[in-house]
Ligand binder design. Sequence first.
Ligand SMILES: Nc1ncnc2c1ncn2[C@@H]1O[C@H](COP(=O)(O)OP(=O)(O)OP(=O)(O)O)[C@@H](O)[C@H]1O
Ligand SMILES: [Mg+2]
Length: 284
Amino acid sequence: MCPIVSIRDVSFWYTREKEKDNEFQSAGNHVLSEINLDISRGEFIALVGPNGCGKSTLVRLINGLLLPSTGSVTVDGLDTGNKNNLPAVRRKVGMVFQNPDTQLFASVVEEDVAFGVENLCLPRAEIRQRVDWALEQVGMQDYRNYPPHRLSGGQKQKVAIAGVLAMRPDCIVLDEPTSMLDPGSKKEVLTAVRDLNSRHQITVIYVTHDMSETVMCNRIIAMVRGRTVFEGKPRDFFADQGALSATGLEAPPVQKLVNSLRERGIRLPADINSSKELVDFICR
Ligand SMILES: Nc1ncnc2c1ncn2[C@@H]1O[C@H](COP(=O)(O)OP(=O)(O)OP(=O)(O)O)[C@@H](O)[C@H]1O
Ligand SMILES: [Mg+2]
């Protein structure tokens, strides 16, 4: 099956107008270098790495907000380098950013969720149906008539996700969607995203600095200085001291404990992701 996102030999550098024709594009200025990545439909990918390593740049290439300097990005077979493909690419890949306040414009929640869909020139009944469906998916149907400024950060972020969902995307990219939220809201947003992935097989690309958010994903992609340095299961990443020290990241506490128990010869099931699962197993 063709991957939903395919990134081939992509390098990227930000170019200022006056530098377009000179030697600025030397390898030293690359923000991304020779990235190759295939993302399959239905995957839940966590994209991690230190500040400035190029995570946000990479995800902006995926929905055509940025175009590769060299190489190609295709979404469901559509090359983002072809201008004619961009509207379809942006319908297929929805973006959710860090700050929910910058993503909501309307005075009422349901108007906000309808904002993108209204540009698709669909019949009113279908718009209505999509908005209702999207609000339900994130559990915000009871807030449809609320003004967004009266919602919590987590609720606002879920409304932003509903706005993307109403476009019926194949893939949702979330760039640090919970980094401005309190722990309770964080959990709500992460649960909503996980449900979308597991119930509707929507491909998720989730950028985060919080390793505890990555334990449930199918694959971690770790970057350092514009290159991918690890691709694999979370448990393998958290057991890989080389990858952890290259990225300066730490395994979540439960994963550290699981690793040291394994080092001491204690056999544990492959996917222990929470302290509850570990306690349950040990008590058994
Ligand atoms: N618009 C821009 N113009 C020029 N350079 C930029 C621009 N945006 C980002 N950069 C640079 O590109 C590099 C990668 O930035 P990017 O925002 O993609 O990193 P990131 O991994 O998302 O970082 P963070 O974890 O802090 O969000 C950084 O060196 C950054 O300074
Ligand atoms: Mg970023």
